[in-house]
Design a binder for this molecule. Structure first.
Ligand code: ADP
Length: 247
């Protein structure tokens, strides 16, 4: 079961109008793998993960998630249930409490009862250590707390894989750690994860593979030790140099 493939991208090409954002991307993600995706701004990282839950359509190639091909329109709802997503800007519903935010999608998409949805929501809110804030509205929480709610909300759908799109880059520095610690906890529990992040300490600590993208292509990938110690491409070395100079 360890070798079960959850995501298979083959020859993926993606254009926004005349601009090619993904160039011939091949990526295989197995159950339990933790992948960190890095690269300069505009290199296609966000586009890549948005294609995996079909927030963006691709024009060529194929993406198979847990056995479902994404170009099969009937599969999209199934795939969205299997794939949890956490955005840079939290995307919580402001007019709903934390608890209601976490109950909405399971009731609508998984058609479970309110009682069950509430029990699940409370369980995951406890897990991200925010159970005591369940009745507050998002605006009453700090950014770090809101992002932990967003993680709990995604977990309530019991996804097979979690996608993170720069989850800490909108946060004040003192809140980054609480969100990274939550993600580390998830990783240690065995969640399959693809994380777009520039937090290289996180990459070293949890990633099985670090993937470097530039100009819509996967340039190189490796386990973090080798990737950071001995990057193969000049473009990767330049990027890592810039990142390290910033941190
Ligand atoms: P990254 O996540 O690496 O910063 P993105 O995937 O967000 O990169 O963007 C890749 C490229 O595609 C960028 O040049 C960006 O301007 C472009 N792009 C992203 N989203 C859109 C869109 N909705 N419409 C047109 N161009 C887009």
């Amino acid at each position: 079961m360890q070798d079960q493939i959850l995501i298979e991208m083959t020859g993926v090409q993606k254009w926004y109008g005349g601009y090619q954002a993904l160039r011939n991307v091949d990526l295989t993600v197995r159950k339990g793998e933790k992948i960190v995706l890095c690269g300069p701004s505009g290199s296609g990282k966000s586009t890549l993960i948005r294609c995996i839950n079909r927030l963006e359509a691709i024009q060529q190639g194929s993406i198979v998630v847990n056995g479902h091909r994404l170009d099969d329109s009937k599969a999209i709802d199934v795939v969205r249930q299997d794939v949890g997503m956490v955005f840079q800007s939290f995307n919580l519903f402001p007019h709903m409490t934390v608890l209601q935010n976490c109950m909405l999608a399971p009731i609508r998409a998984r058609r479970i009862s309110k009682t069950e949805a509430e029990a699940t929501a409370r369980k995951y809110l406890e897990r991200v250590r925010i159970g005591d804030q369940a009745n507050k509205y998002p605006a009453q929480l700090s950014g770090g707390q809101q992002q932990r709610v967003a993680i709990a909300r995604a977990l309530c759908m019991q996804p097979k894989v979690m996608l993170f799109d720069e989850p800490t880059s909108a946060l004040d520095p003192e809140m980054v750690k609480e969100v990274l610690d939550t993600m580390i906890g998830l990783a240690n529990d065995g969640m399959t994860m693809i994380c777009v992040t520039h937090e290289m300490g996180f990459a070293r600590q949890v990633a099985d593979r670090v993937i470097f993208m530039a100009e819509g292509q996967i340039i190189e990938e490796g386990e973090p030790g080798a990737f950071f110690r001995n990057p193969q491409h000049a473009r990767t070395r330049q990027f890592l140099g810039e990142i390290l100079a910033h941190h």
